[in-house]
Structures are given as C-alpha cells and as structure tokens.
Design a protein around this ligand. Structure first.
Ligand code: UDP
Ligand code: MG
Length: 316
C-alpha cells in the first residue's frame, strides 16, 4: 500500500463527507493505493455514525472509535499503530489542511528520501492571540531541539516514512513535538513544505490557551525524557551519590579530627560548633533524598508503557 492517511477527529461530523470524498479523489487521480484511517476521539456529535455511513460507500475508509476523548496525540498514536502504507500522512479533519498537498508530500518521502516532511502554514488565517504564542512556541522548540529548518512544528499536516511512526510513541500534548521525537529516534532527514492554511469551515477549534500551557509543560518533560527518560537514576542517582559521599567524607574528617585530638590529649572543639558538621549533615540527607527521587523516577519510567491506556470501543 502506498499511503495511509491518518485523521484524528473530535466532533467533526459536518466535515467528514467532504474530507473523505476529497482525499479519495486525490488518491484515485494519482493512482495511489491507500487507506483513510479515521480515529474518532470520543465525539458526541454523531461523527461515528457518519463514519459508518461513509464507510459503506467507500471501502478505503477504516474507522477506530475511542470510548471517550483521550486527546489528539492518543488518536494519532492509534492511527500510527494501524497504518499499513509506505507513507503515512496525518491531517486534521476540519478541512483546514488540503488533501491536494498529498502527492507532493508523498514524492518527497519516496524520491527525496525524507523521513518526515512537515507542513508549514506560511500564511495563516488566525487571530494574533493564536499566532503570537505559536511563534514563541516554535522558536523555543527550534532552539531546544536543534531542528532549525522547521517553522511550524505543530502543523497537523505531515508525512512520514512508515518506519518512523512505528518507532515513536506519543501521548499527552506530544503531537506538537513529533519532529523532535523522530529526530531522537534517529530519523534525521526532516524537511518542510509550505502548505495552504484554509479557514475552518464547520465547527470550532478545540485548542485554547490552556492547551498551550500544557504544551509548554510537556516540552520540559519531553526534553527531560529525551535525555534521561530511560534512566532517571543516572541523573538523580549521580547527584545523590555525589552529595552523599561528599557529606560522608566531611563527617569522617570531623570524627577523625576529634579522635586525633582525644588521642593526643589536645583540647578539642565541640563538633556541633563546626560549620562543616552542618554542611556534612545537609549533604548526606540531600544525597539520600536525591537518590530516592531517582529511584521513584525509575519506577515511573518503567511503567511508562502504561501511558497510552486508552480504550478502543469499536473498529470498522
Ligand atoms: N482533535 C482530536 N481530539 C481532541 C481535539 C482535537 O482528535 O481532543 C482533532 C480535531 O478534530 C482536528 C484536529 O485534532 O481534526 C485539530 O484540532 P483543531 O482543528 O481544533 O485545532 P486547530 O486547527 O485550531 O489548531
Ligand atoms: Mg483546525
């Protein structure tokens, strides 16, 4: 199969007929073999019934229905697991991304050998309240990830070589950072393509300011995961051990000094008047605490595979 189109959707019933017809038309015109994977992220507006209906007339549609709303990342992740095409295209359901971009995205993956090509909506129809945070977010992500050639990390329209989506796992708000995760997984040929940004035709956006804040928090956590995620003990454990042993050396020194003074019948100071005593005490306690923090983080990261515990209610 040439292409899997993965569409996460939450309450997008009005857009679905037009979207699937349009995708199929582009696929047929270009003679692609394909599937359209519609992941219904717990819609309440009859989107699932619409998917059923559309599927009877279009056998290339596959539907996956979540039991409730788990978020865009979980929906994409599910589509990634199901995708069989050599190239996987993700696009939003709301007709803001144009299926006409698919052939060129496909060509760049297959002919130019890109691992990932990300859409860039160079001209946006959004209010300043959205474009300004978006610009800041993209600048921060570029800096932290070292992927300097992407303008728009969060664009819903992207193309991937199949092996890429099989080797990344996304949850929370991480759909915003897929290029970063791909780079960390070793897929470094990442490109960009200017795409059209169409106004939302039906319904309204599901992402407000609170999502941006969650996104920034996730940015911090994924950078931590990227560096120490597999072995948090290496970070906390090292700091803790260093602190503990520094404290221990100081304590031994204090005790040795005291014993030496006793042995030589010298007048010795009470240890509790020595600042070194308190520093040693703090270092030992801090060291043990850091070590235990690392231990807990290690336990958490080992159960990380439980992050994507969403329930699929039905598939067609
Ligand atoms: N979406 C989803 N789950 C959610 C929120 C959104 O699957 O919890 C889908 C939504 O239906 C759309 C895509 O993610 O297909 C992008 O959402 P939206 O258009 O609201 O975001 P915007 O374009 O305003 O950034
Ligand atoms: Mg949209």
């Amino acid at each position: 199969m040439d292409i899997s189109v993965v569409v996460p959707l939450y309450d997008e019933v009005e857009s679905l007929p037009e979207l699937t017809t349009w995708i199929s038309r582009v696929m047929d015109e270009n003679r692609f073999t394909y599937e359209i994977i519609l992941v219904d992220d717990g819609s309440k507006d009859g989107s699932w019934e619409m998917i059923r209906k559309l599927q009877t007339g279009n056998p290339f549609i596959k539907g996956i229905k979540f039991r409730r709303n788990y978020g865009k990342s979980a929906a994409l992740n599910t589509g990634f697991i199901a995708a069989k095409g050599n190239v996987v295209i993700t696009m939003d359901a709301d007709l803001q991304d144009s299926p006409d971009e698919i052939p060129e995205l496909y060509r760049r993956i297959i002919e130019e050998k890109y691992d990932l090509v990300s859409g860039w909506k160079a001209k946006r129809h959004d209010p300043l309240s959205k474009t300004i945070p978006t610009k800041l977010f993209n600048a921060a992500t570029r800096r932290m990830s070292g992927i300097h050639n992407l303008h728009d990390f969060n664009c819903g329209l992207k193309a991937y070589r199949n092996v890429v989506v099989k080797n990344i796992e996304i949850y929370g708000e991480m759909h915003r950072y897929i290029p970063v995760l791909a780079k960390w997984a070793g897929f470094t040929k990442i490109g960009e393509q200017v795409v059209e940004h169409r106004p939302r035709k039906y319904g309204k956006t599901k992402f407000g300011l609170s999502r941006f804040i969650n996104g920034f928090l996730d940015l911090l956590s994924i950078f931590f995961v990227g560096k120490f995620g597999k072995r948090p003990m290496h970070f906390f454990g090292t700091l803790g051990t260093l602190s503990f042993f520094t404290g221990l050396v100081m304590a031994i020194w204090i005790i040795w000094e005291k014993l030496y003074n006793i042995a030589h019948n010298l007048k010795y100071r009470d240890v509790t008047t020595s600042p070194l005593f308190y520093i040693a005490l703090v270092a030992i306690i801090l060291g043990s605490q850091l070590f235990l923090t690392g231990f807990v983080a290690e336990l958490v990261s080992r159960s990380a595979s439980e992050r994507n515990h969403y329930q699929i209610e039905e598939t067609i």
